[in-house]
Design a protein around this ligand. Structure first.
Ligand SMILES: [Zn+2]
Length: 137
């Protein structure tokens, strides 16, 4: 099992003050890996998918991204939840959940990281940046 180590807290403490409402929360910073050879950003990989290099450095995401794919798991059940693939500004893709109405999340929606690991599933949770004012049909 993968566990985040204590240095995550130290790195989070250096993030821009004021942007995070819960600045004291643990681990509200998404870490990713960047290949030192070709600068490709990736998430939870051991080798670079582009050049197969294993020389990766860990960086901290700014926490904003764009929904690339959104699905509803167990539609029409009380446990229905949104599962989305979010492409972060740094260029890597994370699988997680976007808060809000299940039908209100679409590809292209901009989101911001809310929680790195939710207490139930341990997956990243995002919130929509844009209010859903546009007409869908
Ligand atoms: Zn590479």
């Amino acid at each position: 099992m993968y566990h985040l180590s204590g240095n995550v807290v130290q790195q989070a403490a250096g993030s821009a003050a004021g942007l995070l409402e819960r600045a004291s929360a643990d681990g509200d910073t998404l870490l990713f890996q960047r290949c030192t050879w070709c600068a490709t950003a990736m998430y939870h990989r051991l080798l670079c998918p582009v050049c197969q290099g294993g020389d990766l450095r860990t960086e901290r995401s700014e926490g904003t991204g764009t929904v690339r794919h959104a699905t509803v798991v167990h539609r029409n059940t009380p446990a229905a939840r949104n599962v989305s693939l979010v492409e972060m500004a740094e260029g890597f893709v994370v699988r997680g959940r976007v808060m809000g109405p299940l039908i209100g999340i679409h590809s292209g929606d901009r989101v911001r990281l809310s929680t790195v690991k939710d207490p139930v599933r341990g997956e990243p949770v995002f919130q929509l940046l844009d209010e859903p004012y546009r007409a869908w049909h």
